[in-house]
Design a protein around this ligand. Structure first.
Ligand SMILES: Cc1ncc(COP(=O)(O)O)c(C=O)c1O
Length: 393
């Protein structure tokens, strides 16, 4: 846990290990699969947990460990385990705490592969899942049963940007002794800390803002030291979705600029969202930084900023919306978010295609929804690109 009150400082110094004998400013990259033991006694002691040194990079690596300490410090949590992808963090959280016969309550609108995992894979292992509208705490309360073990959500929701009341849902989690799992990818620990509302496990697709440069696939899962040790020793060690040291090293580099990047992402996203909202060819804009958005009331409370992702729908039909996307020059047509480059995608046919059309309709994911991740380019250039394509509609 960091002793600094300002996130800009914590993002650079929080959780940093100063024990490197060369006193390197940047974290040394331990690009190695294994670590030599001095003798058999030391090897045995490491496996027995009596000697803390490294063994083998699937079980732990000093560069990866630095990333784990740094992100845990930012989330205000005790420990973290870095994973090979955001999905490896989602699956490690769920497989690490659930067993056959348990019941999970999940938000009905989540990232498409998280939905696929919970809807298709978990039932194969005898885990029941109820998908509910988490913007309605009474629906969540009704879904909780005697065998409910955990609750899973993300907020703002990918892709429709609905905001879930963390305090209300966190109160239910605490009252029923559930393990609350929050995917904090969209806002990062700088703008939202689910642990403050009783969520025991907080995870990220570190592919997105934490890294921020579009060159890594990674995830991270934060929790108490005890819970993370348990997950590391099972769902990570034996299933094996660990993060490589080079990826960790790149994310460590990205983390240092996270506060300045987030500030710019939020500022530009608000300007773009306001501009879209005022445009006659735009039917609806979903961005919690807009006063018209139901999630706006959480700004300054659970959310210190509204983030860089906006969803919107055009007045025109699906084909015209596709043409609008295809004509853009500055926005890259690609899934992912949180990069320096602005990205645009069509969730129904891309990130949320693991949902069937009926499941998408039930989850409130409209087929006409367009999702943009506002990057770090000058906002006037972004608006000009959108304007030029909308003009041609
Ligand atoms: C909210 C959210 N969670 C999890 C994931 C999965 O992350 P990854 O692609 O790093 O596995 C994504 C990916 O888009 C996401 O948007």
């Amino acid at each position: 846990m960091s002793q600094w009150t300002h996130p800009e400082t914590a993002a650079i110094h929080g959780g940093k290990d100063h024990s490197d004998p060369q006193r390197a400013l940047a974290t040394p990259l331990y690009q190695t699969s294994t670590f030599a033991f001095e003798n058999t006694a030391q090897g045995a002691a490491r496996f027995a947990g009596e000697d803390e040194g490294p063994i083998y990079s699937r079980l732990g690596n000093p560069t990866v460990a630095e990333l784990e300490r740094r992100v845990a410090a930012l989330e205000g949590m005790e420990a973290a385990v870095a994973t090979a992808s955001g999905m490896a963090a989602v699956s490690a959280a769920l497989l690490g705490v659930l067993k056959s016969g348990d019941h999970l309550v999940a938000s009905k609108a989540v990232y498409g592969c998280s939905f696929a995992l919970m809807n298709h894979m978990l039932p194969r292992f005898g885990i029941e899942v109820s998908f509910v509208d988490m913007t309605k705490p009474e629906e969540v309360a009704d879904a909780i049963r005697d065998n409910t073990k955990a609750l899973f959500l993300e907020t703002p929701v990918n892709p429709n940007l609905e905001v879930i009341d963390l305090e209300a849902i966190g109160a239910l989690v605490k009252r029923h002794g559930l393990i609350g799992i929050a995917d904090n990818t969209f806002l990062t620990p700088l703008l939202q800390k689910p642990v403050q509302y009783g969520f025991e496990l907080v995870l990220h697709s570190a592919t997105k803002y934490l890294n921020g440069h579009g060159d890594v696939i990674a995830g991270i899962l934060c929790g108490s030291s005890e819970r993370i040790a348990e997950i590391r020793g099972t769902a990570i060690k034996d299933i094996g979705g660990v993060l490589g040291p080079f990826e960790a090293w790149l994310i460590l580099r990205g983390l240092k600029t996270l506060p300045v990047r987030m500030e710019r992402h939020c500022q530009s996203a608000l300007k773009v969202a306001q501009w879209l909202e005022a445009h006659p060819k735009v039917k609806a804009v979903y961005y919690p930084g807009l006063e018209s958005h139901p999630g706006y009331r959480f700004l300054g409370g659970q959310m210190l900023g509204a983030g860089g992702v906006i969803a919107f729908e055009l007045e025109a039909g699906l084909q015209a919306s596709a043409n609008f996307i295809d004509r853009l020059e500055l926005f890259t047509l690609a899934v992912s978010l949180g990069d320096a480059e602005s990205l645009i995608s069509h969730p129904a046919s891309m990130t949320h295609s693991p949902y069937s059309a009926e499941e998408r309709a039930m989850a409130g994911i409209s087929d006409s929804l367009i999702r943009v991740s506002i990057g770090l380019e000058h906002v006037e250039d972004l608006v000009a690109d959108l304007a030029a394509s909308l003009d041609k509609l």
